[in-house]
Every structure is written in C-alpha cells, then in structure tokens.
Design a protein around this ligand. Structure first.
Ligand code: ATR
Length: 266
C-alpha cells in the first residue's frame, strides 16, 4: 500500500484526505492519504523520516512551504515561486513541486477563461499570491500585483515579465482588467471583501482563493456585476488533481474528487 499525506501545522480540518482517497477508490489504487502535524521546528526530521519510511508523496501547507524548498530538489517553477506544496519521494532524491500554480490555470481553463494576452490583477503577495502571479504570468497575462505591503508586491512584480505593482490604492486597475484573483485571506470566515465593489464589472473573470465560505462577498458582488466567478474550491481541487497526477502518472478522476470536496464544503 502507498502512503501519501499532508504535512502542516495545523492540518486538522484539511479536505485533502477525502479528496485524494475518493480518487484512490475510483481508480482502485491501493493507497491511503493521512495528515501529519510535526512541531514547527521539526520539518527537516519529518521530511527525512517520511523518505526513510517509504512515504510515496507529501503535500505541504502552512507554515512549511518555504522550509521544504530547501529540503528537496525543487523543480524550476517551485524555485521561482519560492515554495513547495508537493513532494514526490519516488526518485533517488525527494523532488519538490508547486501545484498551486497549476491549480490557478486549470481552474480558469475549466471555466473557459482565456489567460494569454489578458490583463490580470492579483491581490496579495504572500505565498499564495506568489504562486498565483507566476501562474498567470507564465500563462501570458500582464500582471499587476496589489498588496497592503507595497514592497512585497514590488519584489514579486520584479520577478515576473511585464508586471507592475502597487498598494491597495491601485485596486482601481481592476476596472480595466480581464482577470482578478484574491490571494489574500480577506473574506475568510468574514463579510469583508478585498476589492471595492465599484471596481467590479461584467467583463471580468474573478477567482477567490478563499473557499470558506464558498461564496465570499467578493464572489457575490462579482456575480452581481455580471462577472464570471470561480470559487476557491476549484483551486483546492486542481492543486490536488495536479499532485495526484504527478505522484501516480495517471489522469485524475476530477469529477469524483470534486464531488468528495464539495460534499464537505456545502
Ligand atoms: P498565504 O501563504 O496564504 O499567502 P501569507 O504569506 O501570510 O499567507 O500572505 C497573506 C496575504 O494576505 C498577504 O498578501 C497579506 O498582505 P501583507 O503582505 O501586507 O501582510 C494579505 N492580507 C492579510 N490580511 C490582510 C488585510 N486585512 N488586508 C489586506 N491584505 C491582507
């Protein structure tokens, strides 16, 4: 039996185990997906221990994504983003990937949103913001990063081609944009929105990385403005789909995984 897992602290309410185990069941794969919660200063021992014990793959979440970058061989995208969320132990050395980026592009593709040549605004420049911004830039978007802390936005934009940056006072750029992604935690379990509603419009495609609640205030107001909306469960789904495919080499049963996820979100 293969063992996969999620390493983070805390990981208590993760939706990844039911999502991945639904995929194993559907494809008759003999595997389990479990959660691991090492102490925050124990991640190196945890990764080495997982490798030694024959764990097949790990997802990585807060607060370990940056630390794990230095403990594995990261692929070029994970290296540019500066964070690893998926480790594959099947080779000689553990290999690190960042499937959050594919989570963004595959979510938009699922909703028939074209990215190449489009103007995008990314709100946030933390770990999630970096994955989103690299994903959109690599897909051909001109990216504007707006972040509360302007220096972080500027650092991120400097690492991208054809990108700009500013503070939250530059969110009026959304008026001219085709694509908007919220990569901050604003709206999580709250009625706040990271973007003033007067900037939203009908030619926009909006992805909110926040999935709790599933319909955030941003998505509700975007929908009212006539925008295409993509909720955060899609991003969660597709980062998991991408990890599954890297680990198993098989096409993921996307519908089955989506159902397992949404059953626990509604
Ligand atoms: P994650 O890994 O989820 O991206 P993070 O690295 O801590 O978490 O980043 C959180 C992001 O949400 C940052 O862009 C943060 O802005 P700062 O860089 O200025 O801290 C943003 N954020 C968090 N709370 C916010 C708030 N109340 N208003 C605006 N932005 C906020």
């Amino acid at each position: 039996m293969n063992v996969y897992g999620l390493v983070g602290n805390p990981v208590g309410h993760s939706l990844s185990p039911p999502m991945h185990e639904a995929a194993y069941d559907a494809l008759d794969i003999d595997a389990r997906y479990v959660t691991f919660e090492p102490a925050v200063d124990d991640i190196e021992r945890a990764v080495d221990g997982a490798d030694a014990l024959g764990v097949s793959g790990l997802n990585v979440t807060i607060p370990f994504k940056q630390d794990v970058l230095g403990l594995v061989d990261p692929d070029p995208l994970a290296e540019r983003i500066g964070a690893v969320n998926t480790v594959d132990f099947s080779g000689e050395r553990p290999r690190g990937y960042n499937t959050d980026a594919a989570g963004v592009t595959r979510s938009f593709a699922h909703h028939d949103v074209t990215l190449d040549g489009r103007d995008a605004v990314v709100v946030g420049a933390g770990g999630a913001g970096r994955a989103v911004a690299f994903a959109l830039a690599d897909a051909g978007c001109r990216v504007h990063v707006a972040n509360r802390t302007v220096e972080k936005a500027a650092d991120l934009a400097a690492a991208l081609d054809d990108a700009s940056a500013g503070g939250l006072d530059t969110l009026d750029r959304v008026r001219e944009a085709d694509v908007l992604v919220n990569a901050t935690s604003v709206g999580m379990e709250s009625e706040e929105s990271p973007v003033p509603r007067e900037h939203l419009h009908g030619d926009l495609a909006v992805l909110d990385a926040v999935y709790s609640p599933i319909e955030t205030r941003l998505l509700r107001e975007a929908c009212e403005a006539g925008a295409t909306t993509v909720d955060g469960a899609w991003m969660l789904l597709y980062q998991g789909v991408e990890a599954f495919e890297r680990w198993t080499g098989r096409d993921a049963p996307v519908e089955v995984m989506n159902e397992a996820l949404r059953a626990r979100l509604s």
